[in-house]
Design a protein around this ligand. Structure first.
Ligand code: UD1
Ligand code: PEP
Length: 448
């Protein structure tokens, strides 16, 4: 701890911050939560179902709470008990969700597909989510039109209806890009459309398979989930069911990177190994040792006596699944700034996902950005990161600062932590369980 830190300047309460005293190693076991990016479309899909859906392993996050509020604003009943959420959408009274809530997350927009399919109309504000690019909704609109809906953008809202009170009609169409959210939204709509739908160039992310699993449990007929072509046969009615949300593969990746950046050894479960092959290959190539301890548990070791000289840098390009996940790009950049050698990161999914760079540079990270490419030059642990006062402006960029703080020598204070709370359940508790020195505070303690 620096001496300045011992004499904190206490400012009035404000947004929560994380304060990390970094530089020490992690150890032990961490249990990952249910997947945010599965829970959000599955919560939207409950709008397709008569009767109650009992969802298990729903992560307790600001995003899942906001999604529950969105469903409630439509007239759904939502009850939470621990990680369970029971949703009944039989009493829906509105097809226009609260726009301020939809504006808080990308997943809020997904309700347009189920609302249109079940009730014949929907009026949904433009979504929010991480500020990492323009993130238009044109692919959703093209797909809904292909299914027979009339869709217009008016007063900042997407207004859609099915002509003459009829059902959506199954169709064959190709997505211009394998968008995760558009694939999910159109899959939900097609499940209740009349006849067959074929969606080609569909996203293949594991969360698509999870959504298809829930819909199938509810009586839908979906084939091909996890490949680039979905074949869906519409059903007039779907019925709520019990379903357990898959583990969060991005959270697994986050803790793998936390172990690597602190040169530690930790174990992680539950893990669906197949969902993280890309990251595991890159980390193994860098010198980490990854062991599969059991079907759903892995151990990652980056302790000095297993990695030899030091971790080596590597180059990576983000891509839709099965490519390297864009959601792990900022966190990987934090790790690479502590590795030996020159690494190149190319972000190909979002056009503006580099805002963490200026904050990582405050730790002393050597990163140069040119368009969508970042070059990271590191000397390994021989030139360590230094604790800093930084600001999170998006979810994963914010988490990259937490990782840098864990590795850095001295104190790091991260403001804007509400962005990180959108996607990490019990963050400081899990990190503390691994031995990290991290606390949440609403007062400023950093020397100013
Ligand atoms: C809630 C959720 O599941 N979020 C995830 C989802 O976001 P999301 O579903 O928003 O991501 P998409 O796959 O749709 O976006 C990928 C690219 O397609 C573009 N695009 C998308 C739709 C559209 O109509 N037009 C268009 O041009 C986007 O601007 C972006 O450049 O997948 C992303 C890519 O793995 C992840 O980073 C997000 O964590
Ligand atoms: C980009 C993300 O989320 P969202 O799509 O909700 O903004 C994310 O989870 O990293």
């Amino acid at each position: 701890m620096t001496s300045n830190f011992n004499v904190p300047q206490v400012l009035p309460p404000s947004d929560p911050k994380l304060v990390v005293n970094g530089g020490s190693t992690l150890s032990g076991h961490v249990i990952v939560s249910g997947s945010k990016n599965s829970a959000l479309p599955i919560l939207a899909a409950t709008l397709c179902c008569s009767g109650s859906s009992n969802l298990k392993n729903v992560p307790y996050l600001s995003d899942t709470r906001t999604m529950a509020s969105i469903l409630e604003s439509l007239g759904a009943q939502v009850m939470s008990f621990g990680g369970d959420m029971v949703v009944n959408t039989d009493g829906i009274v509105s097809v226009e969700p609260d726009s301020s809530d939809v504006g808080k997350l990308r997943g809020g927009f997904f309700v347009i597909g189920p609302l249109l399919a079940r009730f014949g109309e929907a009026c949904v504000g433009l979504p929010g989510g991480c500020d990492i690019g323009a993130r238009p909704v044109d692919l959703y609109i093209h797909g809904l039109r292909a299914l027979g809906a009339t869709v217009e953008l008016r007063d900042g809202k997407v207004q859609a209806h099915v002509s003459n009170g009829k059902d959506l009609i199954g169709a064959s169409f190709r997505l211009g890009y394998p968008s995760v959210g558009a694939t999910e939204t159109l899959m939900m709509a097609a499940c209740m459309a009349e006849g067959k739908t074929v969606i080609s160039n569909a996203a293949q992310e594991p969360e698509i398979i999870d959504l298809a699993g829930f819909l199938t449990n509810c009586g839908a007929v979906v084939e091909g989930a996890g490949t680039d072509t979905l074949y869906i046969t519409g059903r007039r009615k779907l019925y709520g069911s019990e379903y357990s949300i898959m583990p969060d593969r991005i959270e697994v990746g986050t803790y793998m990177l936390a172990a690597a950046i602190t040169r530690s050894c930790i174990s992680i479960s539950p893990v669906a190994h197949i969902t993280l092959t890309c990251l595991a290959d890159k980390l193994s190539g860098a010198g980490c040792k990854i062991l599969q301890l059991s079907d759903d548990t892995l151990e990652l070791s980056a302790v000095p006596w297993t990695i030899g000289d030091d971790l080596r840098g590597f180059s990576v390009k983000t891509n839709p699944f099965p490519g390297f996940p864009t959601d792990l790009q900022p966190l990987t950049m934090a790790l690479l700034s502590t590795c030996k050698g020159v690494s190149v990161i190319e972000e190909s999914v979002f056009e503006n996902r580099m805002s963490h760079v200026t904050e990582l540079q405050k730790f002393g990270a050597k990163i140069q950005v040119c368009g969508s490419r970042a070059t990271v030059s590191g000397k390994g642990k021989a030139s360590p990161l230094r604790g800093s006062q930084v600001n999170a402006t998006d979810l994963r960029g914010g988490m990259s600062l937490v990782l840098a703080g864990l590795a850095a020598e001295g104190i790091t204070e991260i403001s804007g932590i509400s962005h990180v709370d959108r996607g990490y359940e019990s963050l400081e508790m899990k990190l503390q369980g691994l031995g990290a020195n991290v606390i949440r505070t609403t007062t400023t303690t950093f020397p100013v």
